[in-house]
Design a protein around this ligand. Structure first.
Ligand SMILES: Nc1nc2c(ncn2[C@@H]2O[C@H](COP(=O)(O)OP(=O)(O)O)[C@@H](O)[C@H]2O)c(=O)[nH]1
Ligand SMILES: [Mg+2]
Length: 240
């Protein structure tokens, strides 16, 4: 039987984690003929996220809560994917901005032989509820910066909804840097370079009403530096 691990990175999410899990589980119940686990990967919270997550493991089947000693969301994703032996390694953001109805399609894509499956908010078929400023930043990033410096082969690098198989996990995940959400762009740029089979899933996205936990504006210079760095790493054969 195939095994699916779904990681939920969590940082100061005590207000939404329970309702998010309820929402997600109503769709997970529809997954048949495989064993799935949901793993909350918490770090750095100053609220009760971890304590609550631990309590919720008694309420939700196949739910695990881990406190990970890593400094960032990317560090948590890297570390939990690296230690998983599942056939499908997935993650989704705790706020369920990506509608969880897409989870089956994402998992099935890996079962069908795709190496990577990613949610996409910039595909013509996506449905998007997002603030003007975040939409604009995303368009500049994906329509101008990435095509010029670091092609990724799909419309959206940064949607918090992705899955990979063990091949991708073994070959590249340990090489990705762990900083401020850039993990997603690097994963896709390297997948594109290595000609992995990538499925893009147009998603329905409803931006969460809670404030972003990711320091989006502060991270802009780091993203710019990292896209150039990744380009050079590809040229220098670092991922080969
Ligand atoms: N474990 C962990 N998760 C984080 C950290 N920072 C953000 N996250 C999680 O990353 C996901 C994306 O964050 P979010 O605030 O929704 O970002 P946005 O959608 O880009 O505004 C959420 O599940 C957060 O809880 C962190 O430092 N550690
Ligand atoms: Mg979000």
């Amino acid at each position: 039987m195939k095994i699916i691990d779904i990681i939920i990175p969590a940082h100061n999410e005590e207000k939404i984690i329970e309702s998010s899990l309820k929402y997600l589980y109503s769709y997970l119940k529809k997954i048949k003929n495989s064993r799935w686990r949901v793993i909350i990967g918490e770090n750095g919270s100053t609220d009760n996220t971890f304590k609550l997550a631990k309590q919720l493991t008694k309420k939700f089947p196949n739910l695990y809560a881990l406190h990970i000693d890593e400094a960032s969301r990317d560090g948590v994703l890297k570390s939990l994917w690296a230690r998983s032996n599942a056939d499908v390694l997935a993650y989704m953001d705790a706020d369920m901005s990506t509608h969880p109805k897409h989870i089956n399609e994402m998992i099935n894509a890996i079962f069908e032989g795709y190496d990577v499956a990613v949610g996409s908010r910039l595909h013509p078929k996506s449905k998007l509820k997002r603030s003007f400023i975040r939409k604009t930043m995303s368009k500049i990033y994906h329509l101008i910066l990435l095509p010029i410096i670091l092609p990724i082969g799909v419309h959206d690098a940064q949607c918090g909804f992705k899955a990979i198989n063990q091949k991708v996990s073994k070959e590249i995940v340990h090489k990705l840097i762990k900083e401020n959400g850039f993990f997603d762009t690097e994963l896709l740029a390297v997948s594109h370079y290595k000609k992995y089979k990538v499925k893009e899933i147009p998603v329905e996205w409803n931006e969460s009403e809670r404030e972003s936990t990711m320091n989006v504006y502060k991270n802009v210079p780091k993203f710019l530096r990292n896209i150039v760095k990744t380009r050079f790493k590809i040229i220098n054969g670092y991922y080969d």
